[in-house]
Write a protein of this length. Structure first.
Ligand code: DLL
Length: 434
């Protein structure tokens, strides 16, 4: 079992934790009401008096914050401190429109570093490790977030950044990197490239992977672990709330501990906005209770998950969130049936011969939705034998239809023919929107 970075705060009893959360929540509400006109207007419109929040249940009286609020207040309208107190700015590139701009005070950066150090320690990283960071350094929060956490632990950090997979591999081999930080899909790209190289996986010293920034299934975890011969851990975060370091797995790997002394999680019904009882699957809503520059109240993450309040064997008391199924806005509605790309991934990974690279293409034939699943197959798969190929395709189509409740056409494509991504993978092309 790994060390606990901050035992005092990570193992607080529920009563102490609740008291701490309430006091930090009250402070934060005072600050956002006094300093952010968007919150003042919203609270006034909803008739919420900040002083009337006396328990954590009262949080439910407060309005949500959405990406639209951030868009309307672009770039600095949601900052609670003047820019002279902001020492770092990051942003998240949405798929459409202007990016979201987020800021950090010196204290915010310190807390952020502590929290990334927490989950990296929980994943088994220590001072003796050589941490290879293959996220892009820049406006994206991933690289800087984990960089400072690893330094605080005392590990040796290689700020490699993204791209140039061959060079990444050479550096990992020569510098003997023991921990790899990137998206899970990029970890597979590295595995593919390694397998093609003459030196093979044994030339690496990797022990652990810290993967996040995109949804990935348990099947994908198994694939990465066996191909890179490492323990693969998951960590979660979003720029609006802080970046990486909102939640991370311990080595029990049964959900990611949400760092509840800094964030209050809720699960809501994404349609009605009602808070759901513990254990329900729904949209994760997060409230920041320690941030100075950019505190979000009831921020709707759009990520679909559920929370587990059962004690964890590691001793940490913070609630665990299950691997996300994806974002509610990534959920595909195909002929009226709701499908998450990760459900398709689970199924493909179970089929011998499918490579873990796939693309989903949605289209419309008249008024009927169609889904084509393009799958790379490995070289051993009979491209030249039509009959066996047909049987293989039928098998996958049947599995997909029975698991998803909606039919899909499967198209096998040549190995290495689908686009590889250095950052977040883009699995879906939805031509219905054009
Ligand atoms: O992706 C922050 C991050 C960087 C997290 C590095 C972990 C590691 P954004 O670019 O703002 O921030 O994207 C946030 O990415 O709402 C989720 O939909 C998705 N996401 C992040 N981590 C995970 C994860 C960073 N472990 C959005 N599993 C979030 C599933 C994730 N989805």
């Amino acid at each position: 079992m790994s060390r606990i970075w901050d035992p005092k705060n990570e193992c607080l009893g529920r009563d102490e934790l609740t008291a701490l959360q309430l006091s930090r929540l009250k402070d934060t509400l005072q600050r956002v009401y006094a300093n952010i006109p968007c919150y003042k207007d919203k609270f006034d419109t909803y008739g919420v008096q900040v002083d009337s929040v006396r328990s954590l249940d009262d949080l439910q009286k407060l309005p949500f914050t959405t990406k639209e609020d951030l868009r309307l207040n672009y770039p600095y309208g949601m900052f609670a401190v003047p820019l002279k107190d902001v020492v770092r700015i990051h942003s998240s590139s949405g798929t459409t429109g202007k990016p979201t701009v987020v800021g950090y005070t010196r204290n915010d950066l310190n807390n952020w570093t502590e929290l990334t150090a927490r989950f990296m320690t929980a994943a088994g990283v220590g001072p003796e490790d050589i941490v290879h960071i293959a996220f892009g350094y820049g406006l994206f929060t991933g690289a800087f977030g984990l960089h400072y956490g690893a330094e605080r632990i005392g590990a040796s950090v290689i700020p490699m950044s993204s791209g140039n997979t061959d060079k990444q591999i050479m550096i990992m081999q020569d510098y003997r990197s023991t921990a790899l930080v990137c998206t899970p899909s990029y970890a597979l790209t590295i595995a593919d490239r390694m397998e093609k190289s003459s030196k093979g996986i044994k030339s690496l010293s990797l022990k652990v992977g810290l993967f996040g920034a995109e949804p990935w299934s348990e099947e994908m975890r198994k694939e990465i672990e066996s191909r890179l011969d490492i323990v693969a851990t998951d960590n979660y975060g979003l720029s609006e709330v802080m970046g990486p370091g909102v939640a991370g797995e311990c080595l029990n790997r049964s959900g990611m501990h949400i760092f509840e002394d800094h964030f209050i999680p809720e699960i809501i019904d994404p349609d009605s906005g009602e808070v759901l009882p513990p254990g329900s699957i729904g949209e994760l809503v997060l409230t920041c209770i320690s941030k100075e520059a950019f505190p979000m109240i009831r921020y709707r993450t759009r990520d679909i998950t559920c929370l587990d309040y059962e004690p964890c064997a590691c001793g940490r008391t913070h609630v665990r969130m299950r691997k996300t199924m994806g974002r509610s806005d990534d959920m595909l509605i195909i002929k009226g049936v709701n499908v998450f790309p990760t459900q398709i991934e689970e199924i493909l990974f179970q089929v011998e011969g499918c490579e873990p690279h796939y693309q989903l293409i949605l289209d419309r034939d008249g008024s009927i939705d169609t889904l084509e699943v393009q799958i790379e197959v490995n070289e051993r798969i009979f491209f030249d034998e039509m009959k066996r190929q047909r049987e293989f395709v039928n098998k996958i189509e049947k599995k997909l239809a029975s698991a998803l409740g909606v039919g899909a056409t499967v198209k096998l494509v040549e190995p290495s023919s689908l686009k590889r991504h250095e950052g977040k993978a883009q699995r879906v092309i939805d031509n219905r929107k054009t």
